[in-house]
Design a protein around this ligand. Structure first.
Ligand code: RUB
Length: 306
């Protein structure tokens, strides 16, 4: 069991599993593995195993509140149940399935809201790989055929190639560009849509490095800038002044630093796009401006996860 959980943690860390939703799903699946395979004989022992694994999974990608929210919600359910070790196993298995059901439902809603919002656009630009964005663009293309998508390659790990392949397979016209060509192409773009790793209490967006620059260019051209995000990507810590930690990855993802003596190579994985550069979040509750997102989140009680 430990080996299986460790494999999931490594896959998350090495980006074999990438994107906020996939990462959160994998963490919940790891909890399910523990529920089914742990040899713990008491409730305390089992809870302890869940806690150790949750800490390790959460630290694999520090800028992933969706993963942390999923685990926190699970622990809140565990605290409410007073059952023994057998009942606790069943509860975690049930919550795992419930979480997957909810994710699927939310993804369908996001695809529908986003598809309708963007179906009038003929050229859309996207950055990195977001499963939510792919679903939206597939739906938008069903509603108004002939849509063209410009994908950035997304240095240093080239997740944009995954997006390009998936959309092309789904029948959309796809153009791949280098990240630094965004400004050159923006005059032809009707809307930009990206994913989200975290949303702060101010409505700011944390997403793949480069997103903020793209948003500023879109703003300069008067092009709508959307982010596809479940409300579960809201980071409740930011309500209390907490600042989202930006993951710094190995310089070796960019180059061989040993060949650049005296040069520091930095590799932040995400950046922060201020709310004022965003047109709206496309969520499972509808298309919401960044300024009103906090109200919606509070109404749903997501902040109570803390
Ligand atoms: C992926 C990324 C995606 C979000 C949203 O970064 O920034 O836009 O995670 O994805 P990485 P989704 O490849 O470093 O994980 O919509 O699938 O949650």
């Amino acid at each position: 069991m430990q080996r299986e959980v460790e494999r999931i943690r490594k896959d998350i860390k090495r980006l074999r599993i990438q994107g906020a939703r996939n990462v959160a799903k994998a963490a919940m699946a790891a909890m399910g593995v523990i529920a089914r395979k742990s040899k713990a004989e008491s409730r305390e022992e089992l809870v302890n195993e869940f806690l150790v694994a949750a800490d390790e999974l959460a630290s694999a990608r520090p800028t992933e509140p969706m993963l942390r929210n999923a685990l926190r919600a699970l622990f809140a359910h565990m605290r409410r149940s007073k059952g023994d070790v057998v009942e606790l196993r069943k509860l975690v298995e049930k919550e795992e399935l419930e979480y997957f059901r909810r994710m699927k439902r939310d993804e369908e809603r996001i695809a529908e809201y986003g598809g309708r919002e963007l179906s009038g656009s003929s050229v859309i630009l996207t950055h990195c790989h977001s499963s939510s964005v792919v679903s939206i663009l597939e739906r938008a293309n069903e509603l108004s055929k002939g849509m063209e998508v410009i994908c950035t390659e997304t240095r240093p790990r080239f997740q944009g190639l995954i997006t390009a392949k998936e959309l092309s397979r789904a029948g959309l016209k796809v153009t791949l560009i280098v990240d630094s060509a965004v400004s050159h192409f923006m005059k032809d773009v009707d809307a930009v849509v990206v994913g989200a790793d975290a949303i702060t209490a101010k409505g700011d967006l944390i997403n793949k490095i480069g997103t903020c620059g793209i948003a500023m260019i879109a703003h300069e051209h008067g092009v709508g800038m959307y982010s596809a995000a479940e409300t579960f990507k809201f980071d409740p810590l930011t309500l209390w002044g907490g600042i989202e930690r930006i993951e710094e990855r190995s310089p070796e993802e960019i180059t061989n630093p040993k060949k650049l003596k005296g040069v520091e190579v930095r590799n932040p994985a995400f950046d922060v796009t201020p709310a004022r550069y965003l047109t709206a979040y496309i969520t499972e509750m509808g298309v919401i401006t960044p300024q009103s997102l906090l109200n919606v989140v509070m109404r749903e009680g997501i902040e109570k996860l803390y």
